[in-house]
Design a protein around this ligand. Structure first.
Ligand code: ARG
Length: 586
């Protein structure tokens, strides 16, 4: 359905046109002074310059025409030329019932759906999933859901780091521990030989061990590099072992992402771009962009107006192996072939911004995608501990994601231990949902580029801007509706607006589509968090100002219960976009 601001935009555009002015002047925005009016249009000011006429006169003309629409309670002109609009209650209620019945909860779908590839997650195979990848998963998932809610076609790709040195390190270490494995024999054959099965615990132990070893042992490091190169050149024994590492690692990753309610359409990795590397080199060669530098092949990407140094991007190293930029460029070719996307968004730590700037410039220079394709890094800041430094385990190590989830879930469990609603297994399940909501909301409420402090107590608080507060609000709504005996079959109807607090809540609910649109424009899921909080807080004021369940006036009671139901529906839509699972009771 159309967003209310869109309806008003069209009415205002027509009114300007009817008065002989350009329809483009009719942009309507939500008022920031709800005590004065609900919406406003400032087009008369721009009109004044265009038509050499006082803004007030233009505004007067337009307001008169606008006021002929019977959806307005009042259309007023304020000096020097603002047009202020307030809707009739009946009209607000009409939109409210439409939203209640709308499958997309009133969120307007784009008239020009785009194809967007979101590259997020980015875990590295063979390394345990750690909290460095948490933000990418949480933010990327929510942007994906947001863009889908707004009607776009979105493809989420996990883009595994599965082709780099970390694999070489693991294989090198395994080859020293188990030299007798067939996969290390020169005559290994994929048809006749098999590899030893691995498990997640082995991998979790081997990688950190091998990584530490390579820092002290030059020879070992060189061996790991050689193995990486041979793997990339598809040596059969290494490929077979690599597939086994991938199998174990991906299963482990999937179970962790599942806990976070994060899922990907594509489980591609850097390795999948390998078949496009030849094409990449061919294009770069044909366009005369490749240049040799110290044995490596590079592309210059600096621009005359660069303020900071912009080093050339290395496409092939001197040992002829592929690196991070190679796989990212080849992946762009792959995505262009598969989806011809309008946009590719990379949700990655902002410290990688130089890498992405180089890759994007090279991709545009080589015309791997049309000039109009948006290639953007949606960089994010760090999750810090209370000391303001990147969050660590007690002994100073990198925190594993599964440990973090467990810590928060346990804290949530402790908190709800006295809850009368649930027991046993249900309690554990409830704690899991609260824990995940706390982690995700605690992250998403911050603008993605900002660092934030991970604070379990704050995130699990029943008050303030927390996921816990939102889940609690939904659970309160559920119990109100249950007590009032509301059923889907005999749903209450909107009959009128009886108090200021409900008008305010209603208006917020009706403006949801607007918030979603802005959040997508700015790629800012924090707007969704903020809006959900504002709705929950307005609901709380409305609820404490009125005695809903015992209300004797049947029309009032019906209308209030409708509002309670709509609040739930709209809040659930917000949670859905944030990738947070709701709870029944808590
Ligand atoms: N695996 C990378 C890392 O851990 C992140 C990948 C991000 N995506 C990309 N297309 N480069 O740093």
């Amino acid at each position: 359905m159309k967003a209310v601001t869109q309806v008003l935009n069209e009415l205002a555009a027509n009114a300007f046109e009817k008065c002989g002015y350009s329809s483009e002047l009719g942009a309507v925005t939500v008022s920031d002074r709800l005590d004065l009016c609900q919406f406003q249009c400032n087009g008369a000011f721009a009109g004044a310059k265009l038509y050499k006429k006082a803004p007030f006169m233009i505004a007067e003309d337009v307001a008169k025409v606008l006021d002929e629409n019977d959806i307005f309670e009042k259309v007023e002109v304020c000096r020097p030329g603002f047009i202020n609009m307030t809707l009739k209650d009946e009209y607000l209620l009409k939109i409210a019932s439409e939203i209640e019945n709308d499958e997309n909860t009133g969120v307007e779908k784009s008239e020009k759906p785009e194809t967007i590839v979101i590259d997020y997650g980015g875990p590295n195979v063979a390394k345990p999933l750690h909290i460095g990848h948490l933000r990418s998963a949480i933010i990327g998932e929510s942007l994906k859901r947001l863009a889908r809610a707004c009607g776009h076609k979105v493809i989420g790709d996990v883009h595994l780091g599965d082709w780099g040195l970390q694999i070489g390190l693991v294989i090198a270490e395994l080859s020293e521990r188990h030299p007798e494995w067939r996969c290390f024999a020169e005559d290994f054959s994929a048809e006749n030989d098999s590899v030893e099965p691995l498990n997640a615990d082995t991998l979790n132990e081997v990688y950190p061990f091998a990584s530490a070893k390579s820092k002290q042992d030059e020879q070992f490091k060189a061996k790991a590099q050689r193995i990486t190169y041979e793997l990339q050149n598809r040596k059969p024994g290494y490929i077979a072992l690599w597939k086994e590492i991938l199998r174990v690692s991906v299963a482990d990753l999937k179970s962790n992402y599942e806990k976070l309610n994060v899922d990907f359409d594509l489980w591609y990795g850097e390795s999948d771009s390998d078949e496009y590397v030849d094409e990449l080199i061919k294009v770069l060669t044909e366009k005369n962009l490749l240049r040799e530098s110290d044995g490596a092949m590079v592309v210059d990407v600096e621009k005359p107006d660069d303020k900071a140094p912009m080093p050339p991007v290395i496409v092939k190293k001197s040992d002829n192996s592929n690196i991070y930029a190679t796989t990212d460029l080849a992946t762009i070719i792959q995505r262009q072939k598969d989806f011809a996307p309008d946009r590719i968004w990379y949700v990655v730590d902002k410290r990688q911004s130089l890498h992405f700037e180089q890759v994007f410039r090279c991709a545009k220079k080589a015309e791997l995608v049309p000039e109009s394709t948006e290639l953007s890094l949606l960089g994010f800041g760090t999750m810090n501990g209370s000391d303001g430094k990147p969050y660590k385990t007690r002994d100073g190590g990198v925190m594993r994601l599964s440990d973090l989830i467990e810590t928060v879930t346990n804290a949530a469990l402790e908190k709800i231990n006295t809850s009368a609603f649930v027991n046993g297994d249900e309690k554990v399940e409830l704690a899991r949902k609260i824990g995940i909501a706390a982690i995700k909301f605690g992250d998403l409420i911050n603008h993605r580029t900002k660092d934030y402090i991970f604070d379990i107590d704050k995130f699990l608080s029943f008050e303030g801007k927390t996921g816990t507060y939102l889940l609690y609000t939904i659970s309160r709504i559920n119990s109100i509706l249950a007590k009032a005996g509301v059923s889907e079959a005999d749903a209450p109807k909107f009959e009128g607006i009886y108090s200021e607090s409900e008008r305010e809540l209603l208006l917020k609910l009706v403006l949801t589509s607007e918030t979603f649109k802005k959040a997508l424009e700015d790629k800012a899921p924090n707007y969704i968090c903020e809006n959900a909080y504002q709705i929950a807080a307005s609901f709380s004021s409305f609820y404490s100002a009125n005695r809903i369940i015992d209300e004797q006036d049947a029309k009032k009671r019906s209308s209030w219960l409708s509002l309670v139901m709509l609040t739930r529906k709209v809040l659930l839509k917000h949670l859905d976009v944030l990738g947070i699972e709701p709870v029944e009771n808590m």
